[in-house]
Design a protein around this ligand. Structure first.
Ligand SMILES: [Zn+2]
Length: 252
């Protein structure tokens, strides 16, 4: 005989549900003895976006077996509610925020690097490699593919809602509260490596004359050798940073 449990999803977890199930309690019929993780994913919500599950008011972990008649409340990782002494699934947040992005998010990866964040991206990285990189290197997986977030190996991830790269950047900065940790002009936009200071004399031959006249500070990528200076693209970058920080903190 089918059993029935009542579910309610909070805040942005509702993005994964059909409209009639958003923000309301709904009945879900099931058979057998499934874990709450499996039921949540069968309803369309990736487990990595879930931080807290209450079953009849008690916090439970992902392996908890759903009981007939249970009332289950599911909260997202980034909702700012005070859950005080209750058990969170991930006891400690990742200490340093690092990302790995799927093949569709090339421009977002460049924007993140522009702001100084470690953003691993390769055009040809397959799903398995992305999941493995996220797990082994403790990176947050950013993807437009919900299925990728359902892999067991993935513990930290986000399904990117926005489609425009600038809006995606703002989404990530807001979601992971990064506005205070932006350090522009420190990472190679092409290969994600940290830039090194380099003497002007060492790169003088490679500089356009106009740049050699006006610029004194140079940095070089140790991997691809590309030389960076505070030219016109730097001004665009500073405008982007101001825009992102402004919108993330609500300043005008
Ligand atoms: Zn480089």
């Amino acid at each position: 005989m089918a059993k029935v449990a009542h579910f309610r999803f909070y805040a942005e977890l509702n993005d994964f549900l059909p409209p009639v199930r958003r923000g309301v309690e709904f009945a879900h019929a099931f058979r057998g003895d499934p874990s709450v993780k499996d039921v949540i994913e069968s309803l369309g919500v990736p487990h990595v976006e879930v931080d807290l599950v209450l079953a009849d008011g008690e916090s439970v972990d992902f392996s908890w077996r759903v009981r007939d008649g249970a009332r289950v409340s599911v909260y997202p990782v980034f909702e700012s509610i005070d859950i005080g002494p209750l058990v969170r699934f991930r006891a400690a947040p990742l200490r340093e925020v690092r990302f790995v992005l799927d093949g569709h998010l090339r421009r977002l990866a460049r924007y993140l690097r522009m702001l100084g964040f470690d953003a691993r991206w390769r055009a040809d990285a397959g799903d398995e490699e992305l999941a493995r990189t996220a797990a082994q290197e403790h990176r947050i997986l950013l993807t437009r593919d919900i299925g990728l977030l359902e892999r067991r190996a993935v513990t930290h991830g986000r399904w990117i809602r926005e489609t425009d790269p600038r809006r995606q950047l703002l989404e990530v900065v807001r979601c992971f509260d990064l506005a205070g940790t932006i350090v522009p002009f420190r990472r190679c936009l092409r290969c994600n490596e940290l830039l090194e200071h380099v003497e002007k004399a060492a790169v003088a031959e490679r500089l356009p004359p106009r740049v050699a006249l006006r610029q004194e500070e140079f940095r070089r990528c140790p991997s691809c050798g590309r030389v960076y200076w505070k030219g016109s693209h730097h001004e665009r970058m500073e405008r982007l940073v101001a825009e992102v920080v402004g919108s993330a903190t609500g300043a005008p």
